[in-house]
Design a protein around this ligand. Structure first.
Ligand code: GLA
Length: 578
């Protein structure tokens, strides 16, 4: 039995002063067969603690269908941390931000009439059920019950969103009632307002920042006069948006900021130690006047890269940590070089032409109204008689739409470009294929509806009746994988190919000659690709591959410039600012 408490100046582990040197690993961004490898490498860098968020929408995408197995086996993840001799910090949200879809909140929750992240009884009722389930996993794994968990965080940077103290009090009550006995923390960006609004007197305040450590610790100290100082998110890199650059940070600067934190005696959680991947459709988005979806890779320029390999930052951080704590002599084994291959792709034909499944309605239905969790909805409407081209206007498209008339492509409407209008030719049927590119994970657009918003107009007159057809890209890819001949039909085309491997291996799929779409290997959904960059390669984790034939499926929304799948030697995440 061990104890973990907050002393006058430090954390106390079994009564002895203890500096937490933690790193973030999100189990939901790493293939479960690779969890242990990443955790071990964290220990080899000198970390004594692993921190993870809990992504509610990964565990319960549909209301009541709770899953804690496989990718969602949080208990197993914590047990692996424990087996490695490390402590754990759990941040269950329910809101987690994290550049994750909807900040971790399930869409069934945000589609309802609830005031999010507040003491609204309807919101509290739903999050109570969620937190009880999470704490059933976490409570028996606390340090005083022989497990690894030493800290639990309440909410996440709440001071950047609200100031409803009754909400924070309700979260604390729920947490304690569920048997959580370890110290509870909050994290906020180190401004007076955020630190004041985001916490309660009985919670231990910590900060999130990636530079100017001394100044930020001083601000934190003013709000947390006693106990250990902790940077709960030491940002050692950053995330990328489609159409932007690949963010990297200077290794020496990051190492010296880490050094300043540790020298001040502060505890730290390096965000991220290893970022992993937004596999499937799990990426979030930002919106500060302009909608910017986050890319598939969550490499984060972290000490371990997206594929789990140590970078220069790993070794620089290890040297810094060695000044303050014991660091194992062992170094991570170098990665085996990834197989390189060029696979011919065969056309598999149409894939967005599913028959309309809903009866017409006056307005297009949102993804939320349809309860649709996948990436696409196709909207079809009969056009009135037109003497020539007309002007199509939309209130808003969330987030990118391919417009066609009688099966012929007309153009696109992009939310990022603030598009609201398109000239269309006369015809019989207008089809608008709308992609949800990732739900906003930060600030007040959390939970906003997706799809075609409002009443689309033609030359100023409303169009109706609409049929709204949800397309499940995973189910479509599974069906495409088994096709023996291409299917005829309108719209974009799918492709398949076979990669033969001697043994399972991590792979890097270069999507540079494709345009925009979704890629799969053996049914495993690698994620979105887009020539808009910066990211070019999709990471294929070895456990998703096998010795022998591996089936590649590409659902392309526009065109393949070259009908080949190129597997290359390593990551290509795009141009950096320098
Ligand atoms: C904040 C959030 C994190 C993450 C980082 C940026 O600190 O708490 O979840 O979004 O920003 O990567």
């Amino acid at each position: 039995m061990t104890s973990f408490t907050i002393g006058d100046t430090d954390f106390l582990r079994d009564g002895r002063k203890h500096q937490v040197i933690a790193g973030a690993l999100h189990y939901f961004r790493i293939h479960p067969d690779q969890w242990q490898d990443r955790i071990r490498k964290a220990r080899l860098m000198g970390l004594n603690t692993i921190e993870t968020y809990v992504a509610w929408n990964a565990h319960e995408p549909r209301r009541g269908e709770w899953d804690a197995t496989g990718w969602n086996d949080l208990g197993r993840f914590l047990d692996l941390v424990h087996a490695e001799g490390m402590d754990a910090i759990v941040r269950p949200g329910p809101y987690i931000c994290a550049e994750w879809h909807n900040g971790g909140l399930p869409t069934w929750l945000t589609a309802g009439e609830r005031a999010l992240r507040s003491s609204d009884p309807a919101f509290l009722a739903d999050i109570s059920a969620y937190l009880r389930r999470v704490y059933e996993i976490v409570a028996p794994r606390q340090i005083d019950r022989g497990g690894p968990v030493v800290l639990v965080q309440i909410e996440n940077e709440y001071g950047a969103y609200g100031s409803d103290k009754a909400y924070l009090e309700a979260l604390v009550a729920l947490t304690r009632e569920a048997g959580i006995t370890v110290p509870l923390t909050t994290v906020d960006q180190p401004t007076d307002q955020m630190l004041a609004d985001g916490s309660l007197p009985e919670l231990h305040k910590t900060g999130s920042f990636g530079s100017r450590s001394t100044e930020r610790l001083a601000t934190l100290r003013a709000h947390q006069p006693t106990g250990p100082l902790m940077c709960s998110e030491f940002w050692d890199g950053w995330f990328d948006w489609w159409g932007g650059v690949h963010h990297t940070t200077d290794v020496d600067a990051a190492a010296s900021d880490l050094d300043a934190l540790l020298a001040a005696g502060a505890s730290v959680n390096i965000y991220m130690f290893h970022g992993g991947t937004n596999f499937g459709l799990t990426n979030g988005a930002n919106h500060k006047g302009r909608y910017l979806p986050i890319v598939t890779s969550y490499d984060y320029d972290a000490p371990l890269d997206e594929a789990g390999d140590p970078t220069a930052k790993f070794f620089a951080f290890r040297d810094v940590i060695a000044k303050y704590a014991p660091v194992p002599d062992e170094l991570p084994a170098p990665r085996a070089s990834a197989p390189v291959a060029s696979v011919e792709l065969t056309p598999a034909g149409a894939w967005t032409d599913a028959a309309a499944s809903a009866s017409p309605a006056p307005l297009p239905a949102t993804f939320d109204e349809l309860g649709h969790l996948s990436a696409l909805v196709r909207y079809d409407v009969a056009l009135p008689p037109m003497s020539g081209p007309g002007l199509l206007t939309v209130e808003e498209v969330r987030d990118l739409a391919w417009v066609s008339v009688d099966g012929q492509p007309v153009g696109t409407l992009s939310r990022t470009r603030h598009d609201q209008a398109l000239r269309i030719p006369a015809g019989r049927t207008l089809s608008i294929l709308v992609e949800e590119q990732g739900r906003v994970n930060y600030d007040h657009r959390l939970g906003e509806e997706k799809g075609l918003i409002g009443a689309p107009m033609l030359d100023g007159a409303p169009l109706g009746d609409w049929t709204s057809t949800p397309l499940d890209v995973q189910a479509i890819a599974d069906e495409v994988a088994t096709r023996t001949a291409p299917r005829s039909g309108d719209g974009p085309h799918a492709w398949t190919g076979d990669l033969v491997l001697d043994a399972p291996a991590d792979l890097f799929l270069d999507t540079g000659a494709w345009t925009k779409g979704y890629a799969f290997v053996n049914g495993f959904f690698l994620g979105r690709y887009w020539r808009n960059g910066p990211q070019r390669t999709l990471f294929v984790p070895a456990p998703a591959t096998r010795a022998g034939v591996n089936r590649v499926v590409v659902l392309e929304l526009e065109e393949l410039l070259s009908p080949r799948a190129e597997f290359v030697r390593g990551l290509c995440l795009g141009d950096t600012e320098e």
